[in-house]
Design a protein around this ligand. Structure first.
Ligand SMILES: [Zn+2]
Length: 307
């Protein structure tokens, strides 16, 4: 027979053992790699979404974007270390509506089971007028829709990090207010352009949500995706429209090759009214490197050229 003391000792050791096991299994729930940070590591497909994540997540998140500044997401070719970036993340935020046709394969190459959140969830997309019926992915150019992006991102971060719920909610509230004032400012800005001059001609059809929300006619040389190359007929139609309506300006985009539009500009005499941010924000660390800054730049550029 063992003494009472010995029994106590064994019981204590057993408790310590069970406790140690439970600690190990908690650790195992973290990503397979030893995580170097307490922050939620997020990966967004485009810089526009990444900026919204920064605004909501603040110093509780470490953010990355697959497509960098000035990169066209429609024709993006995955880089060798993209799957690794995805596998090291806790969550992937995508736009959806067919923008990132490369993301599924990338997540698969990253080992598969990854939390992927579509930030446009809840938005009814515009469809392609050219009859393909594809959803138009550029929903971020209706500022009101970016409130949906922000809400979906906040909901996800709160689910993943309940203890900081009030922090995310505060950031969300303040960001939604900024978006509302941006929305009002855009509306007022476009009103400064004489009605018959409210025509926005760009390299690709990224501004249909913008046109619908703020009252501009929009025409892109290429369709809603840069994957489809402009046809001779598209060029001719655009040239005719510019001459017929005596339009003074066309606009190039930071993430699209400007060559063809510059030629149209030469042929018609319509000047290049400026460069717009379409599928990417501007350089990091600048005002234009934020979603709000990029929209502000676009509206100032458009209004100055067309009014
Ligand atoms: Zn686009």
């Amino acid at each position: 027979m063992k003494s009472k003391n010995q029994m106590k000792k064994i019981l204590l050791m057993l408790l310590i053992y069970v406790f140690a096991l439970s600690l190990m299994s908690c650790g195992g729930k973290q990503s397979a790699d030893t995580k170097k940070t307490d922050k939620i590591i997020t990966v967004s497909t485009i810089t526009i979404i990444n900026d919204v994540v920064k605004n909501i997540g603040g110093d509780k998140v470490e953010t990355r974007s697959i497509c960098g500044v000035g990169i066209d997401p429609h024709t993006y070719k995955a880089k060798p270390n993209d799957p690794r970036t995805v596998s090291e993340s806790d969550v992937v935020f995508i736009n959806g509506f067919g923008l990132e046709h490369w993301i599924e394969e990338m997540v698969r190459n990253a080992g598969g089971n990854k939390k992927v959140v579509t930030v446009t969830e809840g938005i009814t997309p515009m469809t392609d007028e050219k009859g393909f019926g594809d959803p138009d992915p550029h929903a971020w150019f209706n500022v009101q829709y970016v409130k949906t992006y922000a809400n979906n991102i906040a909901k996800t971060l709160i689910e993943m990090d309940k203890k900081n719920e009030s922090y995310y909610k505060e950031n969300l509230e303040s960001y939604l207010k900024k978006l509302d004032s941006l929305d009002n400012w855009v509306k007022a800005g476009i009103q400064k352009i004489p009605e018959q001059k409210r025509v926005l001609i760009t390299s690709h059809d990224a501004f249909r949500y913008f046109g619908k929300a703020y009252g501009l006619e929009v025409r892109g040389l290429q369709g809603i995706s840069t994957e489809a190359k402009a046809q001779t007929e598209d060029v001719k139609n655009l040239v005719d429209l510019i001459k017929e309506r005596k339009l003074s300006s066309v606009f190039i985009e930071t993430s699209v090759n400007p060559k063809l539009l510059e030629e149209i500009s030469k042929e018609t005499g319509a000047r290049v009214g400026g460069t717009l941010y379409s599928d990417s924000v501007g350089d990091e660390g600048t005002f234009e490197g934020t979603y709000i800054g990029a929209v502000t730049h676009n509206v100032n550029t458009i209004v100055n050229a067309l009014k």
